[in-house]
Design a protein around this ligand. Structure first.
Ligand code: FA5
Length: 341
């Protein structure tokens, strides 16, 4: 009798283990496991019959065999569960893997900002005409930005420049005399004070004004200053330089004109406009013969030397060159706009 029970235990266990090993999904394994743990399973049925064995010794042996059988089944379940869990993870990894060699779009290279492009091209053009590049600080003194440029305190022309002042008083200085430069013209003064004529320099840079942004104005924008000081320089040299520059920078489709104007630091003064291929005019900058007072402030004798200066808006040049409708578009960081250039 006992031998028959032990045979039955071993047959039922073998069958259960075989079924477990054959499971190829965790869900199926769970179902098989719960069936084998139930009282109605093969082992459950044997267990419930153990009481009917006459000999205590037989009941012990059969009970031990059933427990061992449960242990074997649980082990088989754990092993199978580990194998299936690994397989599931590998399947997820395979499914989610990215093909890094895949190219959906050809990769594109970015480009420099339109203003930087214009800035660099302007430098190239003027260096080609024999100029060197000068620099000055963006945070300036009132003296360099206004006073030395023949705009002493109270001069009405100061009102033209909506100035942003810096809350900084240098040692020995006066409050309100430090500002963000409103134009690149203070570099004229700095250059005259540090170099001897003849001088042929350009000074591109960032400038600041309390201007409200609109289609042709930004509160932070860029100018390029030009300064020439030599013996016998006349207005004709200025006009010739501007003409050479216009042809070189904008190309044949553009024309320029000088309009009489007024700047305290030049005499005579002119405004430089350029005509787009569509016929519209845009003011690009101011220019003129350097005022004798400015030469004196820069330590240069106006009896011996004369010169001309100009200051153009770089942002407006970029707008002109690329036929951009609104200067603000260049600063919008809209990729649909940027990608056109
Ligand atoms: C000046 O700033 C003078 N320093 C130019 C100058 C230099 C005259 C040397 C004579 C000799 P103005 O304020 O007009 O001038 O500015 C010069 C140019 O800067 C303008 O013609 C325009 O092209 C550009 N500009 C002025 N304000 C803005 C602005 N808010 N946004 C963009 N560009 C501007």
């Amino acid at each position: 009798m006992i031998e028959q029970v032990l045979d039955e235990v071993s047959t039922v266990t073998d069958a259960a283990v075989a079924e477990i090993v054959a499971c190829d999904e965790l869900a199926t394994l769970d179902a098989v496991v719960s069936r084998h743990r139930s009282k109605k399973s093969g082992l459950g049925a044997i267990k419930s019959r153990l009481g009917s064995l006459d000999q205590v010794e037989d009941r012990k042996r059969a009970g031990a065999a059933v427990n061992e059988a449960y242990t074997r089944i649980e082990q088989a379940v754990e092993e199978r569960r580990a194998v299936l869990a690994d397989a599931a993870i590998n399947a997820t990894i395979d499914a989610e893997a990215m093909d890094l060699t895949e190219h959906r779009r050809p990769s594109t290279r970015g480009h420099l900002h339109l203003v930087t492009q214009a800035w660099e091209r302007l430098e190239d053009v003027f260096v080609g005409l024999g100029f060197t590049v000068a620099e000055g600080p963006e945070v300036e003194t009132d003296w360099h930005n206004f006073e030395a440029l023949n705009m002493s305190e109270g001069h009405p022309a100061r009102g033209e420049f909506d100035t942003l002042f810096v809350d900084h008083v240098p040692p020995g200085g006066t409050p309100g005399a430090t500002l963000l430069r409103t134009h690149t013209s203070p570099v004229q003064i700095r250059t005259m004070l540090t170099s001897e004529p003849p001088i042929y320099v350009i000074a591109p840079g960032r400038v600041f004004r309390r201007d409200t942004p609109d289609a042709t104005h930004m509160p932070v924008f860029h100018q390029i200053e030009g300064l020439v000081i030599d013996r016998g320089i006349s207005m004709a040299d200025l006009a010739g330089t501007i003409e050479a520059f216009t042809k070189e920078f904008f190309g044949a489709g553009f024309t320029s004109r000088l309009r009489p104007s007024y700047f305290p630091f030049t005499e005579p003064s002119a405004e430089f406009d350029i005509r787009r291929p569509d016929g519209s005019w845009l003011e690009l900058g101011g220019c003129g013969m350097v005022h004798p007072e400015v030469l004196r402030a820069g330590g240069i004798d106006p009896e011996e030397w004369s010169g001309f200066a100009f200051g153009f808006g770089i942002d407006r040049m970029a707008v002109m060159r690329h036929q951009v409708a609104d200067i603000r578009d260049m600063y919008s960081n809209d990729i649909r706009f940027i990608e056109q250039f």
